[in-house]
Ligand binder design. Structure first.
Ligand SMILES: Nc1ncnc2c1ncn2[C@@H]1O[C@H](COP(=O)(O)OP(=O)(O)O)[C@@H](O)[C@H]1O
Ligand SMILES: [Mg+2]
Length: 647
């Protein structure tokens, strides 16, 4: 004996409208056998669509029992209902419900994408169905490029994609002209003859007459149920289930979600771009500021590297932060002579500075004078533009001689080729210019002029007795900076009897600079993180709008067998895709900015490293995941019938 394919027992469906409850279906009981062709008739508002939605597992009864092929759907969870819709049910709607941004072929394929049907089998089945329904030449068209009859054929193909033992057609001819309507009815007859169980909702008596069985409902109750020509039960045979070998695997479903998300992005380009904008700006500012930071760091490191890393500085006190008046005079000229005796020391120079005024003709300007020894220039790697450094003789006899830097040369001798031998007045005495040199290190724009003079001349002629501010020492290249520092410390502690000075090597200087640049990047990163957060909120906003706008699409997907988790994946992946794409565009933007920057200045460049780029892209994907979650969950929780009703 054949079992019923659809069985309803005392099904009621109530809707609450405001304070009152309206009963749309009132204790409906119904049995449909496999292979039947049933027409459900009734006036508008009599409850036909509600009944259809319950049979189609899009809706659940308020009370009563529903069995589809023996499975109790009134108790099933949303995933099992999705499974039933996917395997057993095919919907044909009055308004076709095709996705406007997909081609006919892609629309037909959707039900199969949620199953494990292999791609080649899917393509073959699409071709077969399209040919059967005479739309094989229209597969590349979008719905808007098709006539109503053609669109309805596409939707029939989609309904049949996974087999569809039960075809549910809700007013399928309602929007068609009479010729197309007749053609569609022929198709449904053919499908019924092939073994599909067909249920048609209609208010058109001519359409209903074509079914073997007409059920009339009025005000939520079945009033007549006439079987016109009973079939012999021997004729009825179940259709084999087509191609549906269970659910798509997770990796496949994710891959399909990426493709769907991509299609939907292409379908809404402007909106996608706008939602990306925040992320693009955020990411490009992070990446470019990090690149600027890295460029600056490398420039500084290069300059330090040029010194050969073989100099160190000795300063009084215990470190930069602590001012110790009792240690102010820790360094003396004796230290210079004892350090100079060491074989590994190539030169030592004291440094004493003073700020004073230099006058040339009637022009006066502030100048920083550094008192140094004759060794200083070679050990600091200072390059002479013209003239020479001091001689031993200049130091010993405290000569009033002056070596200008480039800034003071420009200020005091503007436009003059060679200031050698010229006189500058300092402290009321004439000083002779014997050279012009350029300071090493990155060019810092500052209005300050500076010049070098013998330290002996400074102490005697300008400041009077004054403690030494630092000693600069150059050591042999074969010695490691750390070792040189240790040797210096040991020697001076022995000489002073205590540690009242500190040694700073270039390496330490580099480390200090690195530290500053690190804390700078941290700050930049924090600012960027905030801007990315704002971008993420923007993405969430637009995704929420997108969910609302695409409620109808979600309804369609649910009706062809998508599970709530599939919908969740799709929207989540769409958000991740938007953000990642935004991140990639942001990185490219920063890189383009770097190239423009390089054209404009050669002082220093932006240096792109992989780490910030990779971090930026993964971070933006994470933002998509985080901020896409809420809209995606909202999409997944939509009620299928309500979603479908929304246009
Ligand atoms: N989600 C709903 N909430 C409240 N009322 C509903 C809902 N869906 C349908 N109804 C009501 O149920 C009745 C039957 O609707 P429906 O089944 O769509 O009728 P038909 O398809 O026969 O025209 C109508 O009065 C309609 O207003
Ligand atoms: Mg209806």
């Amino acid at each position: 004996m054949t079992k019923p394919i659809i069985e309803l027992k005392n099904v009621t469906r109530n809707f609450s409208a405001g304070t009152q409850t309206i009963s749309v279906l009132k204790s409906v009981s119904l049995t449909i056998m496999p292979g039947e062709m049933v027409a459900i008739m009734g006036a508008s508002g009599s409850g036909k669509s509600t009944l259809m939605n319950i049979i189609g597992c899009l809706d659940k009864p308020s009370s009563g029992e529903v069995y589809i092929n023996g499975i109790a759907t009134h108790q099933a969870d949303s995933a099992s209902l999705a499974e039933l819709r996917s395997r057993w049910l095919g919907f044909i709607f009055q308004r076709y419900h095709l996705m406007p941004y997909l081609t006919a072929e892609e629309n037909i394929a959707i039900p199969a994408l949620y199953t494990a049907m292999p791609a080649d089998e899917r393509q073959a089945r699409i071709a077969l169905l399209a040919e059967k329904l005479g739309i094989d030449t229209r597969l590349e068209h979008k719905p808007a490029q098709l006539s109503g009859g053609q669109q309805q054929r596409v939707s029939v193909c989609r309904a049949l994609m996974n087999g569809a033992q039960i075809i549910l057609a809700d007013e399928p001819t309602g929007a068609l002209d009479s010729a197309s309507g007749r053609a569609l009815m022929d198709v449904l007859h053919q499908l019924n003859a092939d073994g599909h169980t067909v249920i048609i909702v209609t208010h058109d008596r001519d359409v209903a007459q074509q079914a073997q069985r007409i059920i009339e409902i009025s005000d939520g109750q079945i009033v007549t149920d006439n079987t016109q020509d009973a079939r012999e039960s021997g004729e009825i045979q179940l259709l084999p289930v087509v191609g549906v070998n269970g659910r798509a695997s997770l990796s496949r479903s994710l891959l399909e979600s990426v493709r769907m998300a991509w299609r939907s992005l292409l379908g809404h380009r402007m909106r996608a771009f706008l939602s990306m904008l925040g992320i693009i700006i955020g990411i490009s500012s992070v990446v470019s500021s990090m690149a600027v930071g890295e460029g600056a760091r490398q420039t500084i490191m290069n300059e330090i590297g040029k010194l050969g890393n073989t100099t160190l500085e000795i300063r009084p006190g215990l470190g930069w932060g602590s001012k110790r008046p009792d240690m102010e005079r820790a360094l003396s000229l004796d230290d210079i002579s004892s350090l100079s005796k060491e074989s590994w020391v190539l030169g030592v120079s004291p440094v004493v500075t003073s700020m004073t005024t230099a006058i040339r003709q009637s022009f006066a300007s502030s100048i920083i004078l550094s008192g140094v020894s004759d060794d200083y220039f070679s050990l600091q790697g200072i390059r002479f533009i013209t003239g020479n450094g001091f001689t031993r003789q200049d130091i010993d006899s405290r000569e009033p001689v002056l070596i200008l830097d480039e800034t003071s040369k420009e200020v005091l001798f503007p436009g003059e080729e060679d200031p050698l031998g010229q006189i500058v007045q300092i402290k009321g005495a004439p000083w002779r210019v014997i050279g012009v040199a350029s300071k090493p290190g990155p060019k810092v724009v500052s209005g300050f002029m500076s010049a070098w003079i013998p330290y002996t001349s400074l102490l005697q002629r300008i400041t009077g007795d004054k403690p030494l501010e630092a000693l600069t020492l150059r050591f042999q290249e074969t010695l490691a900076p750390q070792e040189a520092g240790l040797r210096t410390e040991r020697l001076l502690i022995r000489a002073h009897g205590k540690k009242d000075f500190f040694v700073q090597t270039d390496e330490q200087l580099a480390k200090a600079l690195q530290k500053t640049s690190n804390s700078m990047s941290l700050l930049v990163t924090a600012i960027a993180a905030i801007s990315l957060l704002v971008g993420g909120v923007g993405v969430m906003n637009i995704m929420l709008v997108s969910v609302t706008e695409r409620t109808h699409e979600i309804g369609i997907r649910l009706s062809v067998g998508a599970r709530p988790s599939d919908i969740m994946h799709q929207f989540l992946i769409e958000a991740v895709l938007i953000c990642t794409l935004g991140g990639v565009i942001g990185v490219l933007g920063a890189w383009a900015a770097g190239n423009v920057f390089a054209l404009l200045t050669t002082e220093f460049s932006m240096v792109f490293t992989w780490l910030p780029v990779i971090m930026a892209c993964s971070f933006s994907a994470l933002i998509g995941l985080t901020f896409g979650y809420f809209p995606a969950r909202r999409a997944a929780r939509l009620n299928p019938t309500e979603a479908l009703a929304r246009e």
